[in-house]
Design a protein around this ligand. Structure first.
Ligand code: MG
Length: 246
């Protein structure tokens, strides 16, 4: 069920969209215009993790500094890479197109804040298309910004979140967008995501690069691009991130 707030916002968006045809013209929008709050995805109990298959590349082993640009600013111990708050994100040295990607992440047990200010990170496929990382165990925010959302585009089908302090996993299948020779979009990107083993995004059509304000719009970019992990003001940890090109 939608509340009055959602209905009013959607009405406003519809009204505005009659006059505005491209994201370039949405520069003055408020971020709230692209937030959805209801219906809230129901909670389900999660399932186990995956070890890397033999042909996967492990991105968080002892050679991680050769695989991530600028990653020495974060803290690495026993295969666990932990964000040093305030230092920004990290990017893979290697560029990728379509991938199968698995990763484990952990929000610190003592996380504070609420809404989007509670363990906010994210995994950006090709550095552009974000699957949101957030503590969504007991934390209300706009649904298309909670853990497992394709940020500002699709809420997760269910909320498979575990409490802060516990390891959680994403298993992602990303089909990169295809651009025609003239630079126009020939085929959009698609995302499938399992959160803690539960399907939460089922081959959703990505609407364009993740943006905070306004509507996304595709722009020509290279066939292969590095993967980006967003920094955070919280000490979020990552481990067992492996990748297979598809
Ligand atoms: Mg994020």
């Amino acid at each position: 069920m939608m509340n009055i707030r959602s209905i009013l916002l959607i009405s406003l968006v519809c009204l505005l969209s009659g006059f505005i045809s491209s994201s370039a013209q949405t520069a003055n929008w408020l971020p709230e215009l692209t937030e959805t709050w209801e219906p809230v995805p129901k909670s389900v109990n999660p399932a186990p993790y995956f070890n890397p298959p033999s042909d996967a590349i492990q991105l968080f082993d002892e050679n991680y500094l050769n695989k991530w640009e600028d990653a020495d600013k974060w803290n690495f111990e026993d295969g666990v890479l932990t964000v040093e708050p305030g230092t920004g994100g990290i990017r893979t040295m290697e560029a990728y197109s379509s991938v199968q990607l698995f990763m484990e992440w952990r929000i610190p047990e003592n996380v504070d804040g609420d809404d989007q200010r509670r363990g906010n990170s994210g995994i950006f496929l090709q550095g552009l298309y974000e699957v949101q990382i957030l503590d969504s165990y007991n934390n209300t925010t706009y649904t298309n910004g909670q853990a497992g959302s394709v940020y500002k585009q699709y809420p997760p089908m269910v909320n498979a979140s575990l409490p802060p302090g516990q390891w959680q996993s994403y298993h992602i299948i990303f089909n990169a967008p295809v651009f025609a020779e003239d630079g126009n979009l020939a085929r959009p990107a698609y995302l499938t995501v399992f959160h803690n083993g539960i399907l939460i995004q089922n081959h959703v059509e990505v609407k364009g690069p993740t943006i905070y304000t306004g509507l996304p719009q595709y722009e020509l970019h290279p066939y292969k691009m590095p993967i980006f992990i967003q920094g955070s003001r919280h000490e979020i940890s990552f481990r067992n991130m492996w990748i297979r090109e598809i």
